[in-house]
Design a binder for this molecule. Sequence first.
Ligand code: ADQ
Length: 416
Amino acid sequence: MSRRGGPSVLAIVLAGGEGKRLMPLTADRAKPAVPFGGIYRLIDFALSNIANSGFLKMVVLTQYKSHSLDRHIAKAWRMSTMLGNYVAPVPAQQRRGKQWFAGSADAIYQSLNLIHDEKPDIVVVVGADHVYRMDFAQMVDRHIESGARASVAAIRQPIELADQFGVIELAEGGGQKIGAFREKPSDPVGLADAPHEILASMGNYVFDTDALVEAVTTDADNANSKHDMGGDIIPAFVDKGEAYAYDFRDNDIPGVTDRDFGYWRDVGTIDSFYDSHMDLVSIHPIFNLYNYAWPIRTSDVGYPPAKFVHGASDRSGMATGSMISPGCIVSGSVIGNSVLSTNVKVHSFAQVDDAILMDNVEIGRSCRIRRAIIDKDVYVPDNASIGLNHDDDRARGFTVTESGITVVGKGTVIPA
Ligand code: ADQ
């Protein structure tokens, strides 16, 4: 789809990540399908950014445990009147026989037919694992102005995190040309003006179509390659002097204030996932879901409004400092500092604090829940407690992080 007068752009969303560090939330779903913020899935942020950028032709490359991802895309995005049929999930083509799950560059290689069919001028490739707002159209404009064949979105990060990122070193001469790119280095060098920071790749790229096709085709024949965008493809462009960095600080988003300017968060661990939810329910969250100038879209869940009733207790159910999704019923119980996804029921005399409760969770009478994440379809029987005694939590098979967050996996049956 081309913006008026602009180049034609195809957006490819890499959505095959395993998300091992998010276990048990990724036990049977890919990381981009992990529920976030009550009504969203992680992939909604990437897809909303692309749609808001004006790029309505997008394909989502799914590989790993993609069932719930496919379902979500069909419900939330393929049926969307705005996008018509443009969002298409594309499973692995299995061109490599058994070896169908390889790196992200292989996923693009296996789907080259889509690029050949579409014949875009530019291909925008984005990950699906992060929470942020970004206008990719501005990055495409800068890509074209710079004469780059490949552009890499870049953000400063603490040097301790270098081994989680592709680290960019700009070429000498003061421009945005990339001089070196090392994927997850263990011996990073800090920036000249900020020795405790590095310039990290955000895993979002803009390519001239012919250059991308050639790069992934050449890479596919390379037996020494891991077929990884960050590990193999970008370094190859850097070697040829054709890669430029795009500074995320130049990205100007409507409605974004000083506070959330530059917000980009990998919710790749339970702790970061939990913390970003606690940010959402804080008085002045850094990431503002209520910025309608750059809306984050998801499926229309079709549930009735959340409801607060007396139930068996002598006072009404209530929630403070919380986000309560449609379909929830809070009956004679108290919720504080929590995020409730759709269709959650909390019964009388229960107390839920600092928690994330996902779809269809039901909390029985007089339960106590604290600092916990409870995944979908879990029934917590009357009088149970979760998050108050970690030994007890572990004995029941729940995951407890070092920082003391208890995670109950999807569909776990908790004995009475
Ligand atoms: P990682 O996130 O570690 O680093 P990767 O695991 O390849 O890299 O994930 C990148 C994206 O590709 C994710 O959205 C993931 O879901 C998806 N993906 C991975 N393998 C896939 C496959 N076979 N098919 C489809 N999708 C797949 C990357 C870059 C770093 C950069 C960080 C930023 O390699 O250079 O710094 O992202 O977080």
